[in-house]
Design a protein around this ligand. Sequence first.
Ligand SMILES: [Ca+2]
Ligand SMILES: [Ca+2]
Length: 366
Amino acid sequence: MNFVHKTWYWMLVAFITLGLIASCGDSPTASQPDELISDFDVYYPNEDTEWHLWQTGMLVEYDFEAIPRSKYAMIELFRDDSLAIELTEWFFNEIGSETTSLQIPESCGMGDDFRIRVITLEEDTGYSAQFSIDGYYLSEFVEAPAGSFMMGSDTTEWAHQSDESPVHTVTFASSFEIMSVEVCQRLWENVMEENPSTFLGDSLPVEYVNWSECQEFIDNLNMVDPDYNYRLPTEAEWEYACRAGTDSWFFWGDDNSTGTVGLYGWYNPNSDASPQNIGSLEPNPWGLYDMSGNIYEWCEDVSHDNYTGAPTDGSAWVSGGNQGYRIQRGGSWSSQAQFLRSANRTSLSETQRSMSCGFRLIREPK
Ligand SMILES: [Ca+2]
Ligand SMILES: [Ca+2]
């Protein structure tokens, strides 16, 4: 576009924006075109258009074929569901591929509700389209650095159990990214379109999901995210991330008093007999929440009675052992303090569900 066209274009955009801000708030079909945009046809993508705002804090994916006659698209991202709210950012994309992505501003945090409005313009006639989706959860991933740690515990540790031995060195040649929170119900619902949890709430961790169902969730997520693949943590990754450089009973030290444990973990004495909102207590030194308590977390590994023969490179241990049983880590809302220890392990059949077990994710670039 030359300068004159650009100026005209941005004027159109400004008019349409003002018009839509003044007139929106209802579903697209219910909104009345404002005078300011009455010179333009209004085009609404069909109801089958799929919108994805993923939890990785970085991506909106949309299908340009739903807006076939438009050459440019702009996207506004709003907080809250009132349109009087701040306009966080504008995005501008030339249409040329089936999908595109945009960066979610860092000021938008996990748990915020969003509305997204898309305006498309054809250079000559001017088409606009807008509709909104709400509230896909965003959440952060934390980088666990490459390095080594001592996995497991020995008999000198309080409440040690034999499956935590022998203590062995595990070395990660590369860093990896792990979700800072447990997968919440809203995220599960957005991906799976159902919610199996016993205790219902958008910000509560999803639970009552068996290991196999977690794999289905992950498969679905991997199909739609163009940038990342997701998977369960290996047991070694989980413990490395939980310890976050510590070698004490818990990531906060060797203090098992109720007052201290309750700062970091939801467990029997402080949970009111139910899971609590994700990320609502103090995190570990790497910024990971609820590694101790709230819900147990599925790992990739098959259960083994002890660490004899375990891999030392951080990979999942899936051969031998108790086939059909998978590791769970971290203790839960119903646990006593000893089960919140960083070294504690337990397992469950991969087809069995528990109202005290969910999961978190690892992600890797595609
Ligand atoms: Ca947990
Ligand atoms: Ca145990």
